[in-house]
Design a protein around this ligand. Structure first.
Ligand code: HBI
Ligand code: FE
Length: 276
């Protein structure tokens, strides 16, 4: 894929202003306070291993060298959303596309497109975990295939409900591994503690049929038991699965199907020892 090079840019780390670094610090400090006891251990280990900290926006070259040594991934600086095919081609080659710009002060709580805080603080620490790193590469390969088969919608839902908004059950309670949550102050608390969203057991076909919102907190989160389970779910050839679910109706973002047990706060607080 020759055009991969055409869509990557230089981060130009020395070009960030003092105010841009200060916005990073603000966002980072706030998330650190919220994520203790909420983020999964794999994420916290990744953050520490990379030395991603409150100091300021990190230099991608330094992060890439640490990441490369741990799992063979590197960061590719990109100007914004890149076309699907390039996005998947990068992931399939263990290159994580990261935007360089940081949100403005009036966007601290919400912006619809990814910025450097979401990409670096939300996604990159998870790539320090070997199993998750392999899952992301498999997702990139699956994405290229889904494009050819015309089933990107279904595969994008898998990304959304795992990489961006996934929860994991641990002996201590539910924890966050989805980057869209990890980089959001409001949703970090909402996803675990609010009584409105459904927290359902991860099921590949169910996830691929479920629509999602891009402009509000999720109404449903899917819970995995461990990352090996997630990776195993992406091992089979998706072609027959796409055919199978094409015959079934889509599922609304807030629906609970007959027989599905939604985990509810009445059964105990998410952040203690509850299992899904
Ligand atoms: N580009 N930079 C960037 N970041 C993304 O998360 C991204 C993208 N292009 C396409 C894309 N995501 C989605 O189409 C896939 O996740 C399905
Ligand atoms: Fe993202």
């Amino acid at each position: 894929m020759d055009d991969v090079r055409d869509c990557t840019i230089e981060q130009n780390w020395s070009g960030y202003s003092a105010d841009e670094h200060a916005i990073w610090r603000l966002l980072f400090d706030r998330q650190q306070r919220l994520l203790v006891g909420r983020a999964c251990q794999e994420y916290l280990d990744g953050l520490r291993g990379l030395g991603v900290a409150a100091g300021g926006i990190p230099d991608f070259r330094r992060l890439s060298d640490l990441l490369d040594r741990a799992t063979g991934w590197r960061i590719a600086a990109v100007p914004g959303i890149v076309p699907d095919e390039l996005f998947f081609a990068l992931l399939a080659r263990r290159r994580f596309p990261s935007t360089c710009f940081i949100r403005r002060r009036d966007q601290l709580d919400y912006l619809q497109e990814p910025d450097v805080f979401h990409d670096i603080c939300g996604h990159v620490p998870m790539l320090m975990n070997r199993v998750f790193a392999d899952y992301m590469q498999a997702y990139g390969e699956g994405g290229l295939k889904a494009l050819r088969l015309g089933h990107l919608t279904e595969l994008a839902r898998l990304y959304w409900y795992t990489v961006e908004f996934g929860l994991i059950a641990t002996p201590e309670g539910l924890r966050i591994y989805g980057s869209g949550i990890l980089s959001s102050a409001g949703e970090s608390v909402y996803c675990l503690e609010d009584s409105h969203p459904h927290r359902l057991r991860f099921d590949l076909r169910r996830v691929m049929r479920t629509r999602y919102h891009i402009d509000r907190y999720q109404q449903t989160y899917f819970v995995i038991d461990d990352f090996a389970e997630l990776f195993a779910a992406t091992r089979p050839d998706f072609a027959p699965i796409y055919r199978e679910i094409a015959a079934l109706p889509e599922i609304a973002p807030d629906a609970v199907l007959p027989g599905e047990r939604a985990w509810s706060k009445k059964e105990g607080p998410c952040v203690s020892t509850a299992r899904v």
